[in-house]
Design a protein around this ligand. Sequence first.
Ligand code: ADP
Ligand code: ASP
Ligand code: MG
Length: 438
Amino acid sequence: MKVFKFGGTSVGTPERIKSVSKLVSCGEPKLVVLSAMSGTTNSLVEISDYFYKKNDAAASDKIGELEKKYFKVIDELYTTKEYKDKALDFVKKIFSHLRSFAGKEFTQVQEKDILAQGEIISTHLFTYLNHELNIDTVLLPALDFMKVDDYGEPVMSAIEVDLNKMLAVYQGKKLFVTQGFICRNPKGLIDNLKRGGSDYSATLIGAAINSEEVQIWTDIDGVHNNDPRVVNKTFPIAQMSFDEAAELAYFGAKILHPATVLPAKEKNIPVLLKNTMDPKAAGTTISNEVTGTGIKAIAAKDNIAVINIKSSRMLMAYGFLRRVFEVFEKYRTPIDMITTSEVALSITIDNHKFLKEIIGELMEFGTVSLSENQTIVCIVGNMNVEHKGYAVEILKALENISVSMISYGGSPYNITLVVDTENKNKALNLLNDNLFKF
Ligand code: ADP
Ligand code: ASP
Ligand code: MG
């Protein structure tokens, strides 16, 4: 069975939902993972923000607005009164659930419940459509099998057991639908895999059922060589290795949730990125094959904090780095990049939750300074050191931009550097003009 994931824009209008239905309705068995219709999760975030601020009137207005949008979708999506009524009943229940949060205590628990409703609606509307069209389809609630631990990390063993148990009930069925993004935590409460998490759901599901392939359908013809939102002249990349794609996704290529590649790499399941607007386009294949040499793509990750620690205690000492890293471990804050000199150390993080505490503890080791609003620029490819000149080309392209950190040699797949966020667009464009031949 193959896993097909469709993102927000791919199910963003009644027309798009109908074409997804057509695309998956014949051929080999499929498990379809859907996101919420585009814009919905953002609206649910806004509604939650109003509830947090105890502004029930504004939350109610926003809920009404979103509800109206879905009434229109339902009107256009179905042809029979039976299915219009079925879908209306369902959606009305969801919106009355949203309204029920008014006037009550509002915490992350309630917020996560609200955020889950977008995927719950899209998968139900899609399943009703297939049923109206006599396409045999089974809806598998993700909340019954997608589990995370206390740290929000997927529990693969539980996902595998529960999902396969559910599928075994439906021997002979060929089309299944489930929600991306949403899951349950050890308390049994609704949780999620963080924004953009439907991609991750797809590869977790692919790994759990030992799928032969995971296809991620989105609004662009595969992974491009640079961020198309920032750079004009970008082009799709036909093939990438798991490692190259993992680096790109982790360092900011929005097309893939940062963790998407990991479950697929673990089980060696190829991931195809395809364009719903242009299904014939080749897209990108991510697999364990490393093809070609040289620079393939560039991504950027904003909202980076750079922490610099200067200490003469580092000089000729051992154990210093361990003690510094223990601080980050204590606060469960991953480090993205490090550079060292004999008496100083620079570290980048993107999780600012415990920044104050971390800095407080690091001050015991030396003089600590902090730069915020920094961006990591990641250049990915197959840059084996035997092929000379990649670092030179990159730094030459950026000769007029201040680069505050450089990391090279950790793997042959990436060179990363840090620039001030205000120079990010310029850096991406300069790298694009100088590193790729058009
Ligand atoms: P979906 O809703 O299908 O998950 P996303 O909006 O999350 O889609 O991701 C697709 C978008 O990612 C594209 O429209 C594009 O603007 C953006 N993007 C950023 N970097 C890249 C890249 N390197 N290649 C392709 N798309 C990228
Ligand atoms: N709907 C969720 C979001 O907007 C998950 C996803 O689209 O992947 O973040
Ligand atoms: Mg996405």
